[in-house]
Structure formats: C-alpha cells, structure tokens
Design a protein around this ligand. Structure first.
Ligand code: OSB
Ligand code: MG
Length: 369
C-alpha cells in the first residue's frame, strides 16, 4: 500500500456536557484527525492528545508539529504491507505515542478497506458485541452526581466509573453505593493521591469497587505495588502503562490486577495488541479506555475491544453522550443491555461524514511525497 497523501486537520467539537477530572475541565475538544489517501481509498485516524498536556505530556499542538515534521515524512511514498509495519518506520522518534498511534491506526484502517475485512477482524477480534461502561466526570453537587449515575444506569450501561479526587471521594462513593448496592462500580483518580493516602484509600474497600484506576503518580508502578499490598480493591493502571514492557513490569510487581488499554496512550494498535497479550498471559483482564473521542477514534476503540481478553466493560459508549452530532454515520449506539455491536463490514464500519468534518475544520495541511 503506497501512501500518496496525508491530510492533517484540526477539528473543534463542543462536548454535549463539560467533562471534569482531577486534572481539569474539558468543554470543547480540539481533535487532530489524520486522513490517509492511498490505493484509491481514504482512511482515517484520530489523535487522542488533549488540549493541554495534563493527562500525558502530549497535547494537540505537539502532536501536530511532530506528525507534520517528523512522522508523516517517514511514511509518504513508502510501500507499507501492514499496519503492524508502521511502528518500525516511526521508531527513531522517541515518545509522541498519541501522534504515532493516529497514523498507525489510519494505516490499519486503510488495510482493512483494501483487504475488504472488518477492522475488528484484522486486529484479531473475536467478539460480536462489546460490553460498555461509562466514565462520569465530577459534578458540582451530590444531587447532580447521583442524577448522572441514575441516567447511565437507566440507559443500561454495565459499569459506572466515578471520577474522584481528595475531597470528592468517600462521601460520594457512599452516596452512590447506598442508592445502587449491586451495580459494577469503579473510580478513577487520574493520579490525584499519594502513598501517604494509603489508609484513606483502604477505607474504600467497603464500597466493593471493581477497581481503583490510577490512584498514584502517572509515571509510577513501584509505589502502586506498595499501595496494592495495603488495600483489597484491585488497582487498575491507565496513565503509567506506555507499552508492553511497562505492562510486564507492572504485572510482575503486582502494581495492579486490571489494565486499561488506550490505543493512543500506548502508541497504536500494534502495541495495544501486545499489551493485551501480556495481560492475557498474566491472567489479568483488560478493558478499553476512552479519551472523549469523536466517532473515528470511537470506531477504532470498538474494533480493539473485540479482542478476547477485553473481558470487562470499557469506557466506550454512545456518540450522543459526547456530541450533539458525531462525524460518523451511523452514530455509535449502545443497546438496552449496555452493548455495542461490532461492525462486520469492510474497514471501521462507520462512514466518515466528510461534509461535517469540513465544517468543523479550523486548520488543515495536505502533505504529499
Ligand atoms: O483517565 O480514563 C481517563 C477522559 C480523558 C482523559 C482521561 C480519561 C478520560 C475518561 C473518559 O475517563 C473516558 C471517555 O468517556 O471517553
Ligand atoms: Mg483513567
């Protein structure tokens, strides 16, 4: 597959509801989209880097710079047989995993179309449907928080994840647990705690959380292993798993018992599959995380979630929870059982609404060999 042209675009999309985590509030997403033109077809990738370097050290502007100046020139005009061949072509550039993932994933998206197979099948997926959970941002009041949980439980989502931070944790968990004694419940601290909070965190064991996501530093797994020894609730790592070696080290150390896999965070589908395989060998379940993606990233997450060891509900949910109008057709919907059906048609299985993408575009550049 010879890559003829790569178009970088920034689109801006207001979220239907602002999303608040321990690292900040997002109101409008600025999203870098990659459009690959090759073999007479168009393929897409989405860069999940945020507006600010708060979740990770990447942000949309660094991703744009690196993609345009360093990454795309390494792909243009090359004959690439497989999406899995992309990491080696980009290897000389260190880091910038979200930028790399957008390009690599676009090549897999291309290959699936060229070979006329579904992206899910090309990645090694086996599931017909994926189990969906939701991530609920921090609300302004307990009433608003409970109302959000109510809405999502009523919609059928199989697991509710509560964003938390010091001062918005124990009492909130208690209120939710008292009202819904039996739902699958988890929390995500996005690194808001320190090891000195271990006793405080151990106090959450009574809420029977499925997991506590990334309680400590974003770049740590040693101190997470110390914390895991002091609490009963499983720790799930998100931020600190960058690649398969991190997964191997963290699971060997006992830093957690569950992994969140985000394809952008680990640098693309090849590494995401490798992390999935490491976890599977350790008997550790994984689930697919989300980064407030538009329909393109969402479609890619659905395909990834169809791999066999994605045995827990992920943060991949319906388009309408995020956007008044998505950029794909059909939009992603979840059924009343909290499941999304994995497309079996060629490629990602959701068409990109190019007219809508054009409307939302605030800058673009077309790169050719
Ligand atoms: O830590 O999982 C996270 C969103 C942005 C950045 C980090 C995270 C999240 C979410 C939302 O939890 C997941 C989603 O609904 O897309
Ligand atoms: Mg997280």
């Amino acid at each position: 597959m010879k890559i003829d042209a790569v178009v970088l675009r920034e689109i801006q999309m207001p979220l239907a509801h602002p999303f608040v985590t321990s690292f900040g509030k997002t109101t409008t997403r600025r999203i870098l989209l990659i459009e690959l033109q090759a073999e007479g077809v168009t393929a897409w990738g989405e860069c999940v880097a945020g507006e600010h370097p708060y979740f990770s050290d990447e942000m949309i502007d660094t991703a744009w710079l690196i993609t345009e100046s360093e990454l795309v020139p390494r792909l243009l005009g090359k004959n690439i047989a497989h999406g899995a061949d992309v990491p080696a072509l980009l290897e000389q550039v260190r880091g910038h995993r979200m930028a790399k993932a957008a390009l690599e994933n676009a090549v897999w998206d291309l290959q699936a179309q060229v070979e006329n197979v579904s992206l899910a099948k090309l990645l090694g997926g086996t599931r017909k449907r994926i189990a969906c959970g939701v991530s609920i941002g921090m609300q302004d009041s307990m009433e608003a928080q409970l109302a959000k949980v109510e809405t999502e439980v009523a919609a059928g989502y199989q697991r509710i994840k509560l964003k938390c931070k010091p001062g918005w944790d124990t009492a909130m968990f208690r209120a939710v647990r008292e009202r819904w004694p039996d739902i699958l419940l988890s929390c995500d601290a996005n690194s808001a705690y320190r090891l000195s909070d271990a006793d405080h965190i151990a106090g959450w064991d009574e809420f029977r959380l499925l997991m506590i996501e990334q309680p400590l530093w974003y770049d740590d797994f040693y101190f997470h292993s110390e914390l895991q020894r002091r609490i009963h609730t499983p720790i799930c790592l998100d931020e600190s798993i960058r690649n398969r070696r991190d997964a191997e080290a963290a699971l060997s150390l006992g830093s957690g018992r569950i992994l969140n896999i985000k394809v952008g965070r680990v640098g693309g589908f090849s590494e995401a599959i490798a992390v999935h395989d490491v976890a599977q060998r350790h008997g550790v379940p994984v689930w697919c995380g989300g980064m407030l993606e538009s329909g393109i990233g969402r479609a890619h997450n659905i395909a990834l979630s169809s791999l066999p060891n994605f045995t827990l509900p992920g943060d991949v949910s319906a388009s309408k929870r995020y956007w008044a109008e998505d950029i794909i057709e059909p939009e992603v919907t979840a059924d009343s059982a909290g499941e999304i059906t994995v497309p079996t048609t060629s490629g990602r299985g959701f068409a990109v609404r190019v007219d809508r993408v054009e409307q939302l575009t605030v800058r673009n550049v077309r790169l050719t060999s």
